[in-house]
Design a protein around this ligand. Structure first.
Ligand code: SF4
Ligand code: SF4
Length: 58
């Protein structure tokens, strides 16, 4: 699996940044980005009000 972020959907509310239990999401030039340490727990997928995150892949 892999976590994907659709930056065109993102409205930059910042909710995902606070929701990530391992602080893997950070703001980069006002857009969220997923850095190292993501465990693919899915919390950000569930919290994002516009469904910008998705867990997909194999
Ligand atoms: S899937 Fe979980 S660990 Fe990965 S960025 Fe989202 S909240 Fe953080
Ligand atoms: S929760 Fe969703 S809309 Fe808000 S900053 Fe994160 S990805 Fe963007």
């Amino acid at each position: 699996m892999s976590l994907e972020l659709n930056v065109e959907k993102c409205m930059r509310c910042g909710a995902c940044v606070g929701a990530c239990p391992v602080n893997a999401i950070f703001l980069k030039e006002h857009s969220p980005a997923v850095g190292r340490g993501c465990t693919e727990c899915g919390l950000c997928v569930n919290i994002c009000p516009v469904g910008a995150f998705s867990l997909g892949g194999e």
